[in-house]
Design a binder for this molecule. Structure first.
Ligand SMILES: [Zn+2]
Length: 532
């Protein structure tokens, strides 16, 4: 028994349990292949979470294949793989229960089973008695622990159940503890709880079980409080936090690990990751977003691209003098960085700071020129906040620079529909490289691909470093959609040389012209920053 009621967050640590590969993949519009899941598991291990829940073996062929391949292909250094399942079925026996057998066959040292801890769920969803509900938990934990597994029990709907019938919820929990569960994980399955409620309930449970078992927390974000609820649970004695990268999950998502980890570790001094791993957080968050083709919210706390971005305004030069006066933590602690955002709103101070960042000497008239150009171009539909590379080229041009890598004489692109319904696209580019006139014609799987190939081919003989430069993304947005094809098209192109990535922009009523502008700038920027 423990009667402490004060927050228990002194110099402590918590286990981080990632459920991106199970709960996280419940999010609408996301599907992951087995390869994707293996890549994500590697990222989680690189970050250093304690546990990676791989999925529900037996629930679908993909998860069976995941555990089979994980056994030989995953070489985890920091993390432990966990198989997920449930308690035995009502009125069944543990030794002929398919779910429990699949859990053992997954071959992990640790398993996590979901158990009903709300009386209403037992009587209504399972259609059985409370005694049988308790026996299902006791038997299943005893069986898995007897087979040598570390057994975690997700107490489903614990907070809803505890509010209505605490006696049964605690009976369910005690059944798990007595039969050898290492963890009881209190789940806010419907996500409806608030932090003060979670803190009070976890404190009650902690008074009951003390440190005999690890109390975990699993929150869904339906009130927007999943992170706050998880922190409340840790303050009340929880030592194990479940969540997903980037808060992925069904409905409004799960507790976002990329938020709760730095909150606990940097704000409350609760160790979550091994020494030196916190700085990998931003990189891992972006990498996983990329694998799942699920763009990260730029405003995501800590890891979003805007998390430490400062836009124009009066205080920009003050930020440069004293960053810590305007940032709640040092962005480098989580692998992010301070960014000064330049847009049509930018004043002289912002442009001068950006120039200093780029190493450009700009006099007063050049700065005024940039401000005028930004206002005019953003009015036309450009958006330089999203296209740092185009902004840099614009600023260089304002200070008198001109690119002399190549000069375009003409570009033509033709798309034909053939009899069979197939399309072919062909581009011809005529450029001058110094005194040399180069003419190239290339086919592509679309106009952008064709003009990219032709332009590169024309220029590459003189600039072999172009081989290192690749386009990684191409985004098209129609501005003012109400006028349909009469609207302006904005094209953003991302490229990389393996060391840095950059974005350029093109805007035009003609999608080919917009693409061409962005492409040309992308190559020029690449040549400027890529050595041979
Ligand atoms: Zn869940």
């Amino acid at each position: 028994m423990n009667t402490t009621t004060t927050a228990r967050t002194g110099s402590r640590s918590v286990e981080v349990f990632d459920t991106t590969l199970r709960d996280g993949l419940q999010v609408e519009g996301v599907s992951a292949t087995v390869d994707d899941k293996l890549r994500i598991a590697e990222q989680l291990d690189y970050l250093g979470v304690h546990y990676i829940e791989g999925g529900w073996p037996g629930a679908n062929p993909k998860d069976i294949e995941f555990f089979r391949r994980a056994a030989t292909e995953l070489h985890l250094g920091s993390s432990t793989l966990v198989a997920f399942g449930s308690t035995r079925r009502p009125r069944g026996k543990v030794d002929d229960d398919a779910t429990l057998r699949n859990l053992l066959e997954a071959g992990t040292t640790t398993v996590c089973i979901v158990a009903k801890s709300w009386d209403y769920q037992v009587t209504e969803a399972l259609q059985t008695t409370l005694d049988e509900g308790e026996a299902m938990i006791a038997d299943s934990v005893a069986f898995l622990a007897g087979a040598g597994r570390r057994v975690m029990v997700d107490m489903e709907h614990f907070f809803d159940g505890y509010r209505r019938n605490p006696e049964f919820s605690l009976r369910a929990l005690e059944a798990a503890v007595v039969k050898g569960a290492s963890h009881v994980v209190l789940c806010d399955t419907n996500g409806g709880s608030l932090p003060h409620e979670v803190e009070a309930v976890v404190a009650d449970v902690y008074r009951l079980v003390g440190d005999d078992v690890i109390i975990g927390i699993h929150c869904h974000d339906d009130t927007g409080c999943a992170v706050a609820n998880s922190i409340a649970a840790v303050r009340a004695g929880g030592r194990h936090v479940q969540g997903t990268l980037n808060g992925l999950g069904e409905r409004t998502g799960n507790c976002n690990l990329t938020t709760v980890i730095p909150n606990l570790q940097l704000k409350l001094g609760v160790q979550c990751l091994p020494e030196g791993r916190m700085a990998r957080l931003t990189q891992v968050s972006h990498h996983v977003a990329e694998v799942l083709n699920r763009p990260l919210n730029p405003q995501a706390p800590y890891v979003g691209s805007s998390a430490f971005a400062h836009k124009a305004g009066l205080h920009v030069s003050a930020i440069a003098r004293a960053k810590d006066a305007y940032e709640h933590v040092d962005p480098e602690l989580v692998g992010n960085g301070t960014r000064f955002v330049v847009s049509e709103m930018a004043g002289r101070a912002t442009i001068q700071m950006k120039a200093a960042e780029l190493g450009l000497a700009m006099d007063g008239p050049a700065v005024n020129q940039v401000i005028d150009d930004l206002k005019r171009l953003e009015h036309e539909g450009y958006h330089f906040e999203a296209a740092d590379a185009s902004l840099e080229l614009l600023m260089r041009r304002a200070s008198g620079w001109e690119q002399d890598y190549f000069r375009v004489e003409s570009m033509r692109v033709i798309t034909d529909e053939l009899a069979a319904g197939d399309f072919t696209t062909e581009a011809t580019v005529k450029v001058w490289v110094g005194e040399d006139r180069q003419v190239r014609t290339y086919e592509g799987n679309g106009p952008v691909n064709a003009i990219d190939s032709a332009l590169r081919a024309a220029v590459q003989a003189s600039y072999p470093q172009l081989r290192k430069i690749h386009l990684t993304d191409f985004k098209v947005r129609i501005l003012d959609g109400s006028t349909a094809t009469g609207a302006v098209t904005r094209v953003l192109i991302d490229a990389t040389n393996g060391e840095r990535t950059w974005t350029t922009i093109g805007v035009s009523p003609n999608i080919i012209e917009a693409s061409w502008r962005a492409l040309e700038e992308s190559l020029v920027y690449g040549l400027l920053h890529t050595t041979n």
